[in-house]
Each structure stands twice: as C-alpha cells, then as structure tokens.
Design a binder for this molecule. Sequence first.
Ligand SMILES: *Cc1c(COP(=O)(O)O)cnc(C)c1O
Length: 376
Amino acid sequence: MPRPISATVSVSSLSHNLQRVANGLQQSCNAAKPLRPRVWAVIKANAYGHGIDQAVQGFAQADGLAMLDLNEAVRCRELGWTKPILLLEGFFEPGDIAVLDEYCLTTSLHCQEQLEMLAAAKPANPLNAFVKLNVGMNRLGFSEYAFPDAYRQAQQLQQQGILASVGKMSHFARADDSPVTTTQQLQVFNRMTQGLPGPFSVCNSAASLTAGLWTTVSSDEEQWVRPGICLYGSSPFEDRLPDALGLRPAMTLAAQLISVREIPRGAGVGYGHVFTASDAMRIGIVACGYADGYPRHAGTGTPICVDGVRTRLVGRVSMDMLAVDLTPVPQAGVGSPVVLWGEGGPSVDEVAQAAGTIGYELLCAVAPRVPRVIAV
Ligand SMILES: *Cc1c(COP(=O)(O)O)cnc(C)c1O
C-alpha cells in the first residue's frame, strides 16, 4: 500500500469559485459599466499546484487563461483550449515568438527589449499584446516616463502587421491591504492610458473581489480581470477567510495516523522537544511532513482535523511526519483520517498564517511525491 497521504483536487470547486468571482463582478455592474469584465483565470505555477489539466477543465467557462510558462500554455492548447491565453511575463527570447505565433498566445510587453525582439520578428499571423505600465509595483512594466513611447512602438508594430490588438495592463502592489494605495495606482493607470485604444487589464484576485473597484477604471474599452488565488479557494486577504468570501477549497491535503501513543506529563515530543506535555496525554503521528510540502514553520497550535475533529499540531514538523494532540479525539487510532487543509479541515490560509506565510506558497509547494487524486 502506498503511504497514506494524498492531495485531492476538486474540479467542481474550481468551477464554483470561478462562478463566484463572475457573479461578484456581475453584481457590481452599474449604468456606466453595464457589462462585467472578461475573466482570465490565472493558472501559473501548474495552476497554483492543482494541475493544468484540472484547471482547463474547471475553468472551462472562463473567457481566457493566464500563465507564464510557455510549455503550460502549449499544454492548454493541446487539451483543446481555444479561447485566449495570456502570457503574464510575455516571451523571453526571440525563439519564443514562433511558439506564440503557432499557438496563438497573447503576450504582455513589459520592457524595451521585448519590443525590439518583436520588431525583428516575422510571425505568420499578427500577435495580440498588452503593453504593461508600472504603477508602483516596481517589478515589471514601463515607467510612466517610458510608457507613451512604448505604446506608440506597439502601434507601429501593429501597422507593420506584427501585432494585431494592442491593449494596456498593470498590476497593483497592495490590492489586498491598502485601498488608498490601490486607488492612487489606479489613478496613475487612468491618467496614463486615457484615450489610448485597446482592451485593458488591471485586477488580480484581491482587486477583483473588492466590490466596485473594476468599475472605477475610466476607459470604456473591453476590460479583463486576472483572478488567481481565489479560484483555488484561498483568500487573497489576510483578515478574511475563504468561507466568508463564498469560496470552496479546491485542494484537500489528507493523510492518516500511522501511530498513536500515551505520553506522561513532562514528556517532550519530536525534534528539540519544543513541545512538552503539561499532563499525561495521547498523541497521534501523521504521515505528512515538510518533504510533502507541509510547512516546517507551522508550530504547536496549528489547526488540523483528525477523524472530523479539529485539534492542534504539537512540536516540530519532521521530514515525513508530524504529531497531533488527540485529547479532543479519544476514538482516534492508527488509520484515522487526517485533513491537513481543505474540505473537512482547516483552510490552507489558517495553516499558512500559523507558519508565517500565505496560502499561495503552500498550494504551490505540495511535493511531487504526494499522489494527486482528481475529484469531479
Ligand atoms: C499572479 C498574478 C495574478 C493573479 O494574482 P492573484 O493574487 O493570485 O489573484 C494576476 N496578475 C499577474 C500579473 C500575476 O502575476
């Protein structure tokens, strides 16, 4: 029998979360913006660890898919995805342009080097592109100073038949924690793109879930939003759990107890004895450790469910095992089911908080040795 651990991916939860985002956007439509934006479902990093194949299935109703890896984009086409695909970092070298051409991939254009590579390219069909403006993330994108000229160059490439549509995009640095900063960054976007034709895209999960934010972009051109994390049932906001946002966990990391023991008062548990029992107690050993992608920084008190009962992790996480307090689960024994996060357990965001990180990192880091189970 294989080791009792698995990561179950629910395709219907992926679809549910997409629908939830689309409904929220629909509800915030108003007289000035009567149509909801189109949705690129972001599936970078192997769909945040959930698998490209499952994402293509679960997000069948999305208007497009967005990612960074060219091979993942090609995989989507091979799976039969015919709607747009956006490459969030664009292409990396001249040879990539042939792949964009062959598979009809939309590129972002974030630096002058990319414009120059395009100018020297001869794609058989003109490519779709979004020119990226840096509004303060200071990661990718043209500065306010350079953007007007970059957009003009893209228009020239359009006239030369190298580009088809030319749009505008940006990315907020603090959509999850600072509405003030986001409003300021949106104002920069509005000012810099005023009057420039073409579709545009600015909102990630946090911005897409912030009621009415997308409606304050001044352009009347076609808008695209780019939610990622929320589609997997994890919250982009530190102070709101996914349940409260109507999201369902798309990944459930589950294992079993492989040992149960009684320990006396004063006994230490695991490496370093960082937990010692204040009374005699029962502990369970779970077949999951940091080599499975469970965070080693999760300490005593991290929530975990055993046999449907919420309890706590105790002591240090080992490579292949971790220990739990069985006090509230007296019936538990070897073979009892354990949910580390997901359906029937804590949210991945609660585990992430206990480990000083974010749900994104945990979902992406589930190790290849953990068998994936696909649920409909
Ligand atoms: C990852 C990413 C997104 C999605 O972000 P979430 O916080 O997961 O919603 C959107 N846009 C860009 C450019 C990204 O890199």
